[in-house]
Write a protein that binds this ligand. Structure first.
Ligand SMILES: [Fe+2]
Length: 555
């Protein structure tokens, strides 16, 4: 692992500020590319390429660093060469982002950056294909917490050259400090997060990004593939919504300032296209067309429109009678004003799906943060006295209220689409209005593997959902110990929409789609606690068309 110290240079006096200089062509101080290179947001003729400039003097440097970039279809940078100039400065934390245009569709490119004589590592990327496209293949990941383990999942994905893109479904990093989620494991592994405290300010978010981009496996996967990223809650703070977050308190200051800081650092440090002028930063929803094969819509369900998630702990008294439960389900949970996507985003997704349908593409994918399928809690009362509940209580103090309410069969997770049933029905209606009932929804967040049926409240099939487990963050299996298998069996028995559930593995989904059918391999790794690991396929499904929708068949 490359150890990065962003703020590590110490100076005595101010002479370096005056001494350090750069001309149009070069700088007179050593420059490094300590955070690797990355690419993302591919189009048929454009792609974002990224790096970050490091130098001992940067903390005191207020100038502009000239940066050259180049791309080519061969590693010696001779064929189909594109090149240009850009700059890096403190205003963007010396990150460099180029939206390279004029590229060929469906083409592998190599790219690198140069400052004077200093050359970055070479990255490999790929533009979207156009026209007749036989197949596409994705690595689908989410939930990469630095402290919980090594990013072996990234390392494994980096070894393969058969992916068109890596889809990162959010929780790319976590906001917590040493004293919180992942801190103990991080201490054992020598992977304590930087800064040590929970990140709140712009400097904090930048430092956390820098640490993640300093990880060797993270650098390897970014250098190997373009990323299509959506953020979930932890890119700002836990369980965030439009105007707040569960993990944002009065002492953290103003939410809008924190949210703005998080988004600024995200756009600086991630290989995603900056918002068009005039468009809100939080509106990170985009679509990607793979010729005549598929459209992928990447949605934003946190900061654009989301209403505050409900919390059962505040409704225990309401849920003591049959009438109270009915009222909660109908009028509180089911309140139609509760929103996830918002009108502008819904219209955008609807249009993309309509275009896909009209172009006769066989596949319509949604890259999404939180579980869309219905998932009711099984009866957990038999676990009431179990030792593992005490451990869960430390990270989830409301567990006792959950246990008491669990026989009611209410949604397991109110932060998922289940907490916004009216918004989910509206989304399904928008989708159906485009003549679409065959969504392939890709989901992160849970740290567990899922294959689910998607249905409207009235039982109309809308497609299937594949949930990817985490890169490192613990699934419920890590907390339930010996009861994990029993809990999973109870959950499956309670929920007819769940086809497959694995709560104990870390890994990714290897998703291949061709004109006729698809295949989803749940790839797991055997450890995140040492760098020597083995990867294996824990489950495979064929994805087939059936009656205007999709079905999953065991493979
Ligand atoms: Fe997560």
């Amino acid at each position: 692992m490359t150890k990065i110290t962003r703020r590590g240079a110490l100076f005595t006096g101010i002479s370096l500020v005056g001494a350090a200089a750069c001309s149009r062509e070069s700088v007179d101080f050593p420059v490094y590319f300590n955070h690797g290179v990355a690419s993302g947001d591919p189009g048929a003729n454009r792609i974002v390429i990224w790096t970050r400039i490091s130098a001992e003097i940067l903390d005191a440097f207020s100038g502009v660093i000239p940066v050259d970039w180049e791309m080519a279809t061969d590693e010696s940078f001779r064929k189909n060469r594109r090149k240009g100039k850009t700059t890096a400065d403190a205003g963007r934390d010396f990150t460099v982002k180029v939206d390279a245009t004029g590229l060929k569709a469906g083409q592998r490119y190599f790219y690198r950056f140069r400052v004077g004589k200093n050359v970055s590592p070479v990255g490999r990327t790929k533009t979207l294909p156009a026209g007749a496209v036989e197949a596409a293949r994705f690595a689908v990941v989410s939930c990469s917490h630095f402290g919980f383990g090594y990013f072996n999942v990234y390392d494994e994905i980096a070894k393969h050259d058969h992916f068109d893109a890596v889809l990162h479904l959010g929780d790319y990093y976590y906001e917590y400090g040493h004293d919180s989620y992942g801190g103990k494991t991080g201490e054992k592994l020598g992977r304590l997060v930087e800064p040590a405290h929970e990140i709140v300010s712009l400097a904090d978010y930048r430092t956390r990004h820098a640490q993640y981009k300093g990880d060797s496996s993270s650098q390897a996967v970014h250098a190997a593939h373009p990323f299509i990223c959506i953020w979930d809650d932890h890119e700002t703070a836990n369980d965030s919504w439009k105007t707040g977050a569960e993990n944002h308190n009065v002492e953290d200051g103003d939410w809008d300032a924190r949210r703005a800081a998080a988004m600024q650092a995200y756009y600086e440090w991630m290989p995603v296209r900056d918002p068009e002028p005039g468009r809100a930063k939080e509106a990170l929803f985009r679509s990607y067309e793979f010729g005549n094969l598929l459209t992928l819509c990447a949605v934003e369900t946190r900061l654009t429109a989301r209403t505050r998630p409900l919390d059962y702990a505040q409704h225990v008294a309401d849920l003591q009678t049959r009438e109270g439960i009915g009222n909660f389900v109908q009028n509180v949970l089911g309140d139609p004003s509760r929103e996830l996507l918002g009108a502008a985003q819904s219209a955008y997704v609807g249009k993309a799906l309509k275009n896909s349908k009209e172009a006769n593409q066989p596949w319509r994918l949604i890259a999404n943060q939180v579980l869309m399928a219905r998932l009711a809690s099984p009866d957990l009362t038999s676990y009431k006295e179990a030792d593992f509940i005490k451990d869960i209580e430390k990270v989830f103090p409301q567990i006792h209220e959950y246990i008491v309410l669990s026989p009611l069969g209410l949604p397991l997770n109110l932060d998922a689409w289940d907490g916004y049933p009216a918004a989910r029905e509206r989304f399904y209606t928008t989708v159906q209005e485009q003549g679409v009932t065959d969504l392939l929804v890709l989901t992160g967040d849970t740290h567990e593997c899922w294959a689910n049926k998607l249905e409207t409240a009235s039982g109309k099939s809308m497609g299937v959902e594949l949930g990817t487990t985490s890169v490192t963050s613990p699934g419920t299996g890590a907390y339930f110990g010996e009861a994990a298998a029993d809990f999973s069996a109870k959950l499956n028995a309670k929920n007819g929409d769940v086809i497959y559930h694995n709560m104990s593995h870390h890994g990714y989904i290897d998703l291949s789609l061709n004109q006729e059918s698809g295949q989803a391999n749940f790839v797991s790794i055997d450890t995140i606690y040492k760098k020597d690991y083995k990867a294996f396929t824990s489950k495979s499904f064929m994805i087939k068309k059936s009656n205007g929708s999709l079905v999953l068949e065991d493979k």
